[in-house]
Design a binder for this molecule. Structure first.
Ligand SMILES: Cc1cc2nc3c(=O)[nH]c(=O)nc-3n(C[C@H](O)[C@H](O)[C@H](O)COP(=O)(O)OP(=O)(O)OC[C@H]3O[C@@H](n4cnc5c(N)ncnc54)[C@H](O)[C@@H]3O)c2cc1C
Length: 436
């Protein structure tokens, strides 16, 4: 067995790629592992026209290290399309291009032996002075030892209880859609979920991307198809100084805030909403095809059964009454949920958890693991209730990675403070004493 790594990364999605990219100048022994054979970014939802909801400047490195060779601009230059890209003058870039950028970074890191694809970490054991990662590499078992871990293994699809026993080729989570390429010609398709994913799916269904459905039912628990709030003051919730204040609050206060700020991260982008509305307008008023859609906001899916086709039992919250609909295909756009990654199960009993069974993360995104003094388990993307609504988003990925790297090397390699921001979130500390 090799000597222990200083850091092993589990997962190579954008969050851990960012850590790997920021470590590139460090003389540390580190390697990242991902179970996929080759890099891809949510391939099951790579739908035509899907756009990044975040500026491309909030890439893996630029916000903390603009001269880093793994920036989006470096990628454009390497691909020799910098000027063409600028001329396209896009308000939002396509997710396909961002995925290609991520794959470009992953390929370069793999070439330097900093990333190993096709390596699924099955279990992490604690061997007192280091962690031991039990891995499946192309069907063979491998062991890797590391003193510290950085875990960014993504989230799991959320499936409503009533749909769980019925999962099949005709009832599945949206995350699988593009991989399944469902044939919908002549079918009644129910899209369950009124967020960005539901909206993108409805648009693609109406555009005949997988054939022409007889009818599309769009079910949303929210009282309407609500917009993502991307206005400037709301965007300040996605800034380092806000996250630091949020992290200091009590658990109960943080829960309230996450609930109240939902639409800053979970709504539908305005461009998608406008495109949908215009499409519905055309269908109903110009093409006489109003029967082809049923827009059902304020409905919660409570029951699902199958007798030939699916029967959906909904609760109409506007009227407080049950309703029933039939569909031949059900696509669940019901989001993703934070869970403790399976490979950390052997350590679960020793992690400090909050009252809801979630990991408690410190300021540097490290979990509190009893009996592992001096060794860290960083968790990225799993701290919505410790670091706020920016946590599952790309917005602060580079800043968060910089915090992890600083903590790992024990010095301020990257400037992660944002003193002088335009908002005064807190009067704690120096400013408060200056006023007093
Ligand atoms: C369709 C979609 C679009 C999104 N668009 C945006 C956007 O525009 N803007 C924004 O801010 N956010 C967006 N998000 C939210 C968020 O930024 C992404 O989900 C992001 O990919 C999260 O990064 P990650 O690295 O934590 O996880 P993931 O990208 O999910 O990557 C996790 C990786 O870990 C690997 N892995 C898991 N378990 C193991 C294991 N045991 N061993 C080895 N490897 C493992 C997986 O193979 C995977 O490659 C989007 C999310 C989705 C689903």
């Amino acid at each position: 067995m090799d000597t222990p790594l200083d850091l092993a990364g589990i997962g190579a999605g954008p969050f851990n790629l960012s850590v790997a990219a920021l470590l590139h100048r460090q003389a540390l022994a580190y390697r990242f592992f991902d179970s996929k054979a080759s890099h891809s970014w949510h391939p099951g939802l790579m739908l035509p026209g899907a756009e990044l909801q975040t500026s491309y400047l909030k890439d893996l490195v630029t916000p903390v290290d603009p001269t880093n060779p793994y920036s989006f601009l470096a990628y454009l230059v390497a691909k020799r399309r910098f000027y063409d890209f600028l001329n396209a003058d896009q308000p939002a870039i396509g997710r396909r291009e961002f995925a290609d950028y991520l794959a470009w970074v992953a390929d370069r890191l793999a070439g330097l032996n900093r990333l190993q694809m096709g390596s699924c970490v099955e279990r992490v054991m604690d061997r007192d002075h280091w962690f031991e990662l039990e891995m499946d590499v192309a069907g063979k078992s491998r062991l890797v030892r590391a003193r510290n871990l950085c875990v960014a293994a993504g989230k799991e699809p959320y499936i409503p209880d009533c749909a769980r026993p019925l999962l099949s080729d005709h009832c599945f989570h949206a995350l699988e859609t593009a991989l399944r390429q469902p044939a919908v010609q002549g079918l009644r398709v129910a899209v369950v979920g009124g967020g960005q994913t539901g909206a993108e799916l409805v648009l693609n269904l109406l555009d005949g991307h997988w054939g022409h459905p007889r009818r599309v039912l769009w079910i949303s628990r929210r009282e309407n198809y609500l917009p993502l709030d991307e206005t400037p003051f709301t965007n300040t919730w996605f800034s380092p100084d806000y996250v630091d204040v949020f992290h200091r609050l009590s658990g109960a206060r943080r829960e309230e805030i996450v609930e109240a700020q939902k639409l800053a991260s979970d709504g539908i982008s305005t461009t998608t909403l406008k495109a949908l509305y215009r499409r519905f307008y055309g269908l109903v008023h110009l093409e006489g095809k109003g029967d082809g859609i049923a827009l059902l906001p304020g409905r919660e899916l409570c029951e699902l059964s199958r007798t030939g086709s699916y029967e959906l039992g909904l609760y109409n919250s506007l009227e407080g009454a049950p309703e029933h609909y039939r569909a031949d295909l059900v696509i669940l756009c019901t989001g993703l949920q934070e869970t403790i990654p399976h490979c950390l199960e052997p350590l679960r009993e020793r992690f400090l958890l909050d009252g809801q069974g979630r990991l408690v993360l410190n300021r540097a995104f490290a979990a509190d693991l009893r009996g592992a003094a001096g060794r860290q388990v960083y968790i990225l993307g799993g701290g919505r209730y410790t670091h706020g609504i920016a946590e599952p988003q790309l917005s602060l990925a580079a800043w968060r990675a910089a915090r992890v790297v600083n903590d790992l090397v024990g010095s301020s390699l990257y400037d992660t403070g944002q003193a002088g921001g335009i908002m005064q979130w807190s009067m704690a500390g120096e400013e408060a004493s200056a006023v007093a």
